[in-house]
Write a protein that binds this ligand. Structure first.
Ligand SMILES: Cc1ncc(COP(=O)(O)O)c(C=O)c1O
Length: 435
């Protein structure tokens, strides 16, 4: 692993870890590495070691680390006004909202602080819309449909529509009226949809659930049923959106639009910003006082987000994501031919999952040891989320090191205790679509 002289900052990782254990709530399992800074798609730790970052802060650092244009805008705005409050206008909310409306094909935006909060807002908007309709004579609509294997966040509303039992059950009872539909199973969707449904929420590519793309057939049926029953179709694009699949939004590979879409992760290039964007008809259900946020949409963060979207456009990063994604996928498919414990390579653009027949954790540890940052989701899916600025030579370097990781960790990895991923429990047609 390469060592750079620049990074040693006199930080003792062992001491920091001990202090964290003493003072932080026990919510994260972390390796004993302290990262001090990054540049492009590389991160450096307190010992001066260099790592190739194929995780990008879990799909956040789409422009890598310390991108010069982001640094410039953040410095400039930090010297002006970081926060003003939503009691007043600031110069950046309107141009950012306009760009998000143009990118998404929808009409109006609300700014929040995280993905979970964007999801909360989207659920509230769907309920407000349903109540407004009921008030003018429609049937009451309160139910939410979400998908098996979904992940929408950790706040109570977002958790209530998140499927994974280990996240939900310790906090029961959750928000009532939620039902889960089998992944990509059109018949199950049809059976559960009726006029009491207020919204159906779909990740066009499930991220935390193990990188499973939703099929066009499922999406279009959800669209048609939402129209038929007057429900909202919500796309959760917090992980898949804003360029990660090579599309501005992953639903753009289908024919039809959602009514509401949530975004967060890469939006402000590492600063915390979430948003939900809605069609005019739905947005009209909100009026002053019905929803709000102290921090959401401050000037510094909105200026940063505007710069991020502009860089994606000006630097042709959607094309780059498609091209690099294809290179990475084809390298991974070749590796799958060599290592029989790789069950499947799936995903789109630069959100790719390597589904293993063995547990994934030893591979993540081995990757870290060899200077690669990746992670594992759903116990056995290695998830790759590199920055959009990744170059062909970074992909080649990654594939070379990843091959050694696969060879090295295979010996210590136990057979996966949870072999059935969503795509494998879905009907055959849906499985084919998920590839
Ligand atoms: C699809 C999706 N929705 C919602 C969330 C929650 O976002 P946050 O962690 O910013 O609250 C995530 C986070 O991983 C996500 O992937």
């Amino acid at each position: 692993m390469a060592r750079k002289k620049t990074a040693a900052r006199g930080i003792s990782p062992a001491r920091l870890v001990r202090e964290e254990e003493r003072y932080l709530m026990n919510t994260y399992r972390r390796p004993p590495v302290v990262f001090t800074h990054g540049r492009g798609c590389r991160l450096y730790d307190s010992q001066g070691r260099e790592y190739l970052d194929f995780l990008a802060g879990i799909a956040v650092n789409a422009l890598g680390h310390a991108h010069p244009r982001m640094v410039r805008v953040i410095r400039r705005e930090a010297g002006r006004a970081t926060h003003i409050s939503n009691l007043f206008h600031n110069p950046y909310q309107a141009p950012l909202a306009r760009k998000l409306a143009e990118w998404s094909g929808l009409n109006r935006v609300f700014f929040a602080n995280s993905g979970s909060e964007a999801v909360e807002g989207a659920l509230k908007l769907a309920r407000a819309f349903a109540h407004a309709k009921a008030a003018s004579g429609g049937a009451p609509k309160t139910r939410f449909l979400a998908l098996e294997n979904s992940f929408h966040g950790r706040t109570f509303g977002a958790l209530s529509i998140t499927h994974t039992a280990k996240y939900r059950e310790p906090f029961a009872p959750l928000v009532p009226g939620v039902e889960f539909v089998r992944f990509n199973d059109v018949a199950d969707l049809e059976a559960k949809f009726d006029s009491s449904v207020c919204a159906v929420i779909i990740e066009p590519v499930q991220g935390e659930g193990g990188v499973h793309p939703v099929s066009a057939e499922f999406w279009e049926r959800a669209r048609a049923l939402s129209v038929q029953h007057g429900a909202a179709l919500i796309a959760d694009e917090i992980q898949s959106g804003l360029g990660r699949t090579g599309w501005k939004f992953a639903y753009q590979r289908f024919g039809s639009l959602p009514d509401i879409v949530t975004v967060a992760k890469p939006l402000a290039s590492g600063l915390p910003l979430g948003a939900f964007i809605a069609r005019e008809e739905f947005a009209a259900a909100l009026h002053p006082g019905l929803h709000g946020s102290t921090f959401g949409g401050g000037p510094l963060i909105c200026a940063a987000a505007l710069e991020f979207l502009t860089v994606v456009e000006e630097d042709g990063l959607l094309d780059a994501v498609r091209a690099r994604g294809a290179e990475l996928r084809s390298g991974l498919v070749k590796l799958a031919g060599r290592f029989d414990f790789i069950r499947e390579v799936r995903g789109e653009g630069l959100i790719l999952g390597v589904d293993l027949a063995v547990e994934g954790a030893p591979f993540v540890q081995e990757a870290l040891r060899r200077g690669l940052l990746i992670n594992c989701t759903h116990e056995h899916v290695l998830r790759l989320l590199p920055p959009f600025i990744i170059r062909p030579r970074d992909i080649a370097e990654f594939l070379g090191k990843f091959e050694r990781v696969l060879a090295g960790a295979a010996r210590s990895a136990k057979k996966s205790p949870t072999p059935a991923s969503a795509a494998q429990t879905a009907p055959p047609a849906a499985r084919a679509a998920a590839r």
